[in-house]
Ligand binder design. Structure first.
Ligand code: ATP
Ligand code: MG
Length: 252
């Protein structure tokens, strides 16, 4: 569905992405992990046209998207959430979702009343129906994150990119959000999620990509990735003596 080939991104002297090649298959929930500054958000920015790749190509459903502006990529069927959740605070939740609808393919009729009714359906899906007339500024963090998901869904994507949607949520809210990811995936929407919450990523994802210093260092099932030496080293650091001992034992 989505394919990156040798994607690189340079910021001044910093190589934020280096020759990243990966493939996201339709229908699955994929994870994108890596330590802070690994290049995860930059990869989302390149895929959604927010940032232009310095090299390489991105293909979505057979369309080369490299160089296309964000609205054209959204139109093709990719939506995302942002790491920093910034709803339109003064607008109601319904109006916020209407913005998502307008940014995507719109409604068939183009009528505002239809957009409003549709927005309500998306709010229902993320369990915010009872807050439909509340202003976004009145929501707590968990609710703002769900609103962000509703806005992304409103663009009617086939591929959804979540950038740390679970960050800051308590265990109950996290479990609820993972449940929501499964529901969304059940609607035929492919998901690629950036997450630092390992337990959530390991339970939600079928396939995980690991970035470190802008390079893809591993990809595979949660089980395979969590046992990968390069991944463990990237997270714990090479200087960890217990890890070095374990690695030495494993190598022996
Ligand atoms: N617009 C920019 N200009 C300059 N440097 C940038 C820019 N965006 C990102 N970077 C740098 O690129 C590197 C990768 O950043 P990125 O935000 O992609 O990391 P990340 O994996 O999302 O990290 P985190 O887990 O902290 O969100 C970092 O060193 C960051 O400082
Ligand atoms: Mg990030």
């Amino acid at each position: 569905m989505l394919e990156l080939r040798d994607v690189g991104k340079v910021f001044g002297g910093l190589q934020a992405l280096q020759d990243v090649s990966l493939r996201v298959d339709a229908g699955r929930i994929h994870g994108l992990i890596g330590p802070n500054g690994a290049g995860k958000t930059t990869l989302f920015n390149v895929v959604t046209g927010v940032t232009r790749a310095s090299k390489g190509s991105v293909t979505f459903d057979g369309h080369v998207t490299t160089g296309l502006p964000p609205h054209a990529i959204a139109w093709l069927g990719i939506a995302r959430t942002y790491q920093l959740v910034r709803p339109f605070f003064e607008l109601t939740t319904t109006e916020n979702v209407e913005v998502g609808i307008a940014f995507g393919r719109g409604t068939r009729s183009g009528r505002r009343s239809d957009a409003r009714a549709e927005a309500r359906r998306f709010l229902e899906l993320v369990d915010l129906a009872d807050k439909h007339d509340h202003r976004a500024e009145e929501l707590n963090l968990g609710e703002r994150k769900r609103l962000e998901i509703a806005k992304a869904l409103a663009a009617q994507p086939r591929l959804l990119l979540f950038d740390e949607v679970l960050a800051g949520l308590n265990p109950t809210e996290t479990a609820r959000a993972v449940e929501l990811f499964r529901r969304i995936n059940g609607m035929g929407i492919t998901i690629l999620m950036i997450e630092h919450n390992m337990r959530a990523i390991m339970t939600a994802c079928e396939h995980i990509f690991v970035l470190h210093h802008g390079k893809l260092i591993a990809a595979g099932s949660p089980d395979a990735v969590s046992r990968d030496h390069a991944v463990v080293e990237a997270y714990l650091g090479r200087k960890d003596p217990a890890l070095r001992r374990r690695k030495a034992l494993a190598d022996a």
